[in-house]
Design a protein around this ligand. Sequence first.
Ligand SMILES: C[S@@+](CC[C@H](N)C(=O)[O-])C[C@H]1O[C@@H](n2cnc3c(N)ncnc32)[C@H](O)[C@@H]1O
Length: 375
Amino acid sequence: MSIRPTVFEFFAGGGLAGLGLDGAGMGGMDVAFANDMDSMKSAAFRANHPGTAFRQGDIWALTAADLPGRPDLCWASSPCQDVSLAGARGGLEAGRSGAFWGFWKLIQELQAQGRGPRVIVLENVIGLLTSGQGRDFAAVCAAMVQAGYRVGALEMDAALWLPQSRPRLFVVAVQGEAPQAAGPIAPFHSPRVVAAHDRLPEAVRAAWAWWSLPTPPRRNLDLAAVLEPDETAGWLDDPEAVLSLAAPLHRARIAAAVASGQRRVGAAYRRVRVENGLKVQRLEVRFDGLAGCLRTPAGGSSRQYVVVCDQGRARVRRLTGREAARLMGVSDDYRLPSSESATLKLMGDAVAVPVVRALAQGLLLPALQASRAAA
Ligand SMILES: C[S@@+](CC[C@H](N)C(=O)[O-])C[C@H]1O[C@@H](n2cnc3c(N)ncnc32)[C@H](O)[C@@H]1O
């Protein structure tokens, strides 16, 4: 493709979707405009994408007049679980409760001006498939279909590319042709995507496409590969204070890792579990080469631990912000916020870069190529 397709990146955070789109093969794509309302995220975006037109503010405050030219693609990583139906039904004030509908208002304005994108991507948590008994997912798909797009959804787990378990939903709307299969294909059309499709109204299913994407080669990176060297890490003085929270199964995993005599690297979270009717803090550890899904640090217990077992002992420390960035596929030249908690929030909210790149290479760029050839 000679001219790079242009992208508007909404709910842009630190701009990780744009990193994946820019770095996709076939020349990649250019982010021509980006928006986010959060001041920390906006600062991170500007520090890392100084040449991109960026507007900080509520998406509901934007109009099509703020957006430059005709984008080929619009990307929305709208806030988790925030596709509330109020916006679809209740007018502007009610609409403020669902940021996705602020995005959709802009799509409608662009379309009215003949500037609608050929491809739209909504990235969200898997919970969108079932929230509101499936009505939220149906409302999103119906809006896309009514606007003249064919729609399909893929579940993509970052663990296929990176050492982090992070399943996410990508709803892709396309005008024109794009690579598709005759029916669901593993792993992207998971049983829960298929079930959500089956619940859609007939008129929406009629415009549904099982978008196809190549399965990536086997991942060759594991958790240990993204960690800082042991000697520079800030180990907890009293690891037992954390390890003692492990339930028997997890305690046994740690003991087996220590007894193996080999260096074993694990990741752990503290979680609140109900045992015998009481809420208790439990440490849950995994040694499968993956970190657990990064989360935003809403409370102290949401920060992930690194557990290293070697030389007959288990050491524990907190995952660092730079390690979190690596778990999202962000290279070390990315400028992180100076505070560790801001970095963890930035990364915990973000989309994994190689996942976006794979989606762009396998589906979005071929769709845009096909629409240019047809034009
Ligand atoms: C799930 S995060 C997306 C992060 C981004 N994809 C990344 O890779 O960093 C959702 C983002 O939407 C922003 N946001 C939430 N409500 C918004 C609104 N009404 N207008 C503009 N941005 C909003 C948040 O600040 C947050 O950065």
